[in-house]
Design a protein around this ligand. Structure first.
Ligand code: HEC
Length: 107
């Protein structure tokens, strides 16, 4: 019993510390979250998970959508005219997330 209590205490102390390592939540996250989830686990079938993806990959993917190199109208519309700083914040946010196991993700 004492062990369980200690473990629980340890966990409650560790969680805020983990959260503190995350970059600040980007102001533009709300829109992205509708499809990719706030923590990068996709909310709609066709959207990719972004949690834990490499930062440099996310950054260049977002720039490619913005300038049309990657011509996917859905993502181009979603990104709109976001600044480099905003793209960078979003890439950092999603890259810092831990991928979660997904329930019934194989239709
Ligand atoms: C309406 C749903 C929707 C919204 C809103 C949306 N996305 Fe996407 N996103 C998608 C889909 C679908 C794809 C896959 C597109 C493709 O085939 O390239 C994608 C692809 C991506 C990729 C590339 C992933 C990879 O593995 O190559 C990134 C990064 C991304 N989205 C980030 C964002 C960010 C950041 C936002 C908010 C500004 C956002 N998305 C908003 C649906 C959405």
């Amino acid at each position: 019993m004492r062990f369980v209590l200690l473990a629980a205490l340890g966990l409650t102390c560790a969680l805020p510390a983990l959260a503190a390592d995350l970059p600040p939540k980007p102001a533009r996250l709300g829109l992205c979250a509708a499809c990719h989830g706030e923590t990068g686990m996709a909310q709609i079938p066709a959207a990719p998970n972004l949690a834990g993806q490499r930062l440099d990959y996310l950054r260049s993917a977002l720039k490619d959508y913005r300038d049309g190199t990657r011509n996917v109208p859905l993502m181009r519309t979603a990104i709109g005219p976001l600044s480099d700083a905003e793209l960078d914040q979003l890439a950092r946010w999603y890259s810092a997330q831990t991928p979660q196991p997904q329930a019934a993700a194989h239709p």
